[in-house]
Design a protein around this ligand. Structure first.
Ligand code: ZN
Length: 274
């Protein structure tokens, strides 16, 4: 979401989105890098630390009711003043910044044969920022892992750039995927894409894929079956959310899909040993 002091993303139609420009300095510093550094520092505290890595949530909350192309980054973002002028400054043919309205920038870049270069340049800038973040974290704790949520995507170039940078020359970045999360259109391990290795290869991402399951959408025996299938179809699984298996009071709407807490724990143990 767009926090105070952050610059909103700008779509190709000139409108502003509900989330930040992917290259907003303040956003990267305050909401990503500083937080990541703090997590890395806490992960180094002996005895109490159980932190293995950092999970980047790329879902843009509050966009649920918006059109699909306004819910997240895509090739139709970002055309804000900063992104546009930054790119133009790298082009020797443009001594001065051309006066192009926000809603005309995409077509202007396209007409001038620059749209592909623009997206590549933007992608490169995100990768630089993500690599800097990773290096700062690894300088504190070289063992820190990185994960990105939700499902892998072909259109969200920001997510792909992040994953590429975070997995490069280190432990693979972990895709905390939601293809199997449990909603009607994404239920069961059979929804794990069959072309994951090709996806990672196509986008030059050193990644691994783990299938996600929500406890409220799966019974304990379904959890067992689907964990076993995940281990055959991809690199692993993740479960949401663990407090449901330990806390005595479960909030309304978060009840387990079917089975007691002990049933779920036994099912997980059983599947892991399978
Ligand atoms: Zn921008």
């Amino acid at each position: 979401m767009v926090f105070a002091n952050c610059r909103p993303v700008v779509f190709a139609d000139g409108t502003e989105g509900l989330f930040a420009c992917p290259l907003d300095e303040y956003f990267w510093q305050q909401h990503l890098t500083n937080v990541a550094i703090r997590i890395a520092e806490i992960s180094k505290v002996d005895l109490i630390s159980v932190i293995d890595g950092i999970f980047l949530d790329m879902e843009m909350y509050r966009t649920e009711a918006l059109a699909a192309n306004k819910k997240n980054y895509s090739p139709t973002t970002c055309f804000c003043d900063d992104c546009f002028s930054h790119f133009i400054q790298t082009r020797p043919e443009w001594k001065n910044l051309p006066a192009v309205r926000k809603d005309r920038r995409e077509s202007w870049l396209s007409q001038n044969g620059l749209l592909e270069d623009y997206l590549a340049y933007q992608t490169g800038r995100v990768e630089v920022k993500a690599r800097e973040l990773k290096e700062l974290v690894h300088a504190i704790n070289p063992k820190m892992l990185f994960g990105v949520y939700p499902a892998i995507t072909k259109t969200n170039w920001v997510q792909k750039a992040l994953m590429r940078a975070l997995g490069s020359e280190s432990y693979p970045v972990i895709s905390f995927s939601t293809d199997t999360y449990g909603y009607p259109s994404c239920w069961g391990a059979s929804k794990i894409p069959s072309d994951i290795p090709q996806y990672f290869k196509e986008y030059d991402i050193n990644g691994i894929y783990v299938a996600g399951y929500m406890f409220r959408k799966y019974t304990s025996s379904e959890i067992r079956t689907n964990i076993i299938q995940s281990r055959q179809r991809c690199q692993g699984y993740w479960l949401y959310k663990m407090p449901q298996l330990f806390e005595s009071v479960i909030p309304a709407g978060e009840e387990l899909g079917g089975g007691t807490q002990a049933d779920y724990l036994q099912a997980i143990k059983n599947a892991n040993a399978w």
